[in-house]
Design a protein around this ligand. Structure first.
Ligand SMILES: *Cc1c(COP(=O)(O)O)cnc(C)c1O
Length: 403
């Protein structure tokens, strides 16, 4: 008898997984929490087209305007013409090309570290690093607002995960004090991806030194934007590899390409090559992408005008919001959230901005805590002064419809 024959299927009370998904979908729809993928076409500068309508994009992580820079496009195309598209294998099995080696050297030099190691994405870097370093019986202490990939990495490792109140170094200290005999890693975003504020990195570094814990900084949003030559939030805090031994950065934000890296001592990088499963068991990034990223690093380091233009737009936005009575969070980075609170209200404000010609998405729970839905707006060197001025006027109307 065929054991999967429908006529003979045993009646059980086993929950149906697809029904459960459908219930979840209905609940999200009801609570204004449904996530929706939209297809976007890049237009000129900071403009995009969505559903055939031109919108000024205030949601991109392309802070320096490099993603469509002709020099990057040319580096990508000429490397692809010379050596093809795919890397054809994992780094350890013949996929590591000269372009990868050159990019790792450039990243190590830029961030002032001994070595750097490429990962295919930031998500994979964080999961790989934490599960390589930590195991059952170890402690991982993290800021409550850290990126999901840091949380997931700690969970996958099987260690004990403790989270402290956002930015609360004393809270981190208490968690380390409670387990003085346990190997421990403290992980923080350098720039928090949903709030835009910078972590107290110097204080965390001092704490980790005193406690013999390892400090890891995820600088996805700081690299290219903060610090001398855009070397990131750790450099801005005046700290070195000695103070923040484990630096992670992504290539898909200010650098305008794709991928990620971990930088630190030769011993750290060698250990990750042996143990980071998301490095070992995956295809190396396309080498042409590595070549384009080398060009992006050159521009990010040496074209200070882009960083200056970005800083001017950030200052203009914050002053303009203050002048219009729009409340902001305490951020001096390109991430400028506008707190709304209610998810339905945040969606409505986002929709109104869209009808006025601006793409500014609403970010809702569980990406942010309950009751803290917001418009998450990002600024770029591609925005003109007039773009920001018009956005501010539309924003004031969208969040205070009666005004
Ligand atoms: C974007 C981001 C990541 C993930 O990087 P990807 O390369 O997009 O996977 C990790 N950490 C932080 C803080 C981020 O903002």
């Amino acid at each position: 008898m065929n054991p999967i024959d429908g006529a003979n299927a045993r009646r059980t009370s086993r929950p149906d997984l697809l029904h459960r998904l459908a219930d979840d979908h209905a609940r999200r729809l009801r609570d204004h929490l449904l996530r929706r993928v939209r297809t976007v076409a890049p237009a000129d500068g900071a403009w995009i087209a969505v559903d055939g309508k031109r919108l000024l994009n205030f949601a991109s992580n392309d802070y320096l305007g490099l993603a469509r820079h002709p020099a990057l496009v040319e580096a990508l195309a000429s490397a692809a013409r010379a050596s093809g598209v795919g890397a054809q294998a994992a780094h350890l099995l013949g996929g590591h090309r000269e372009e990868h080696a050159r990019l790792e050297e450039a990243l190590a030099q830029w961030t002032g570290r001994e070595r750097a190691l490429l990962f295919s994405t930031g998500y994979m870097a964080n999961v790989g690093v934490l599960s390589a370093l930590l195991g059952a019986g170890d402690l991982c202490v993290q800021d409550k607002l850290n990126h999901a990939s840091l949380i997931d990495g700690a969970r996958l490792s099987g260690c004990e995960l403790r989270r402290y109140v956002h930015g609360d170094v004393d809270g981190a200290a208490r968690q380390l004090d409670a387990r003085p005999d346990t190997a421990a890693l403290v992980a923080t975003d350098g720039v928090f991806s949903m709030d835009g504020d910078v972590a107290p990195i110097a204080e965390l570094a001092a704490l980790c030194r005193a406690q013999n814990a390892l400090l890891m900084v995820d600088d996805a949003h700081g690299l290219g934007v903060l610090g001398p030559q855009g070397a990131g939030s750790v450099a801005e805090a005046g700290l070195s590899q000695h103070d923040a031994p484990l630096l992670m950065g992504t290539l898909g934000k200010a650098l305008g390409t794709f991928g990620a890296f971990v930088a630190g001592s030769a011993a750290l990088v060698d250990g990750l090559v042996q143990n980071a499963r998301s490095f070992i068991y995956t295809t190396a990034m396309p080498p042409a992408l590595a070549a384009a990223t080398c060009t992006a690093i050159d521009l990010a380091r040496h074209d200070g005008e882009r960083r200056a233009a970005l800083a001017a737009r950030i200052a203009q936005f914050r002053a303009g919001a203050r002048g219009r009575g729009i409340a902001l969070l305490d951020s001096h980075t390109p991430i400028q959230p506008v707190p709304i609170g209610d998810s339905g209200a945040a969606l409505a404000a986002s929709a109104q901005l869209e009808s006025a010609g601006f793409y500014v998405p609403a970010v809702r729970p569980p990406t942010v805590p309950q009751g803290r839905a917001r418009l998450r707006l990002t600024l770029s060197a591609l925005h003109a002064e007039g773009d920001v001025e018009r956005l501010l006027d539309a924003l004031a109307k969208a969040i205070r419809p009666e005004a």
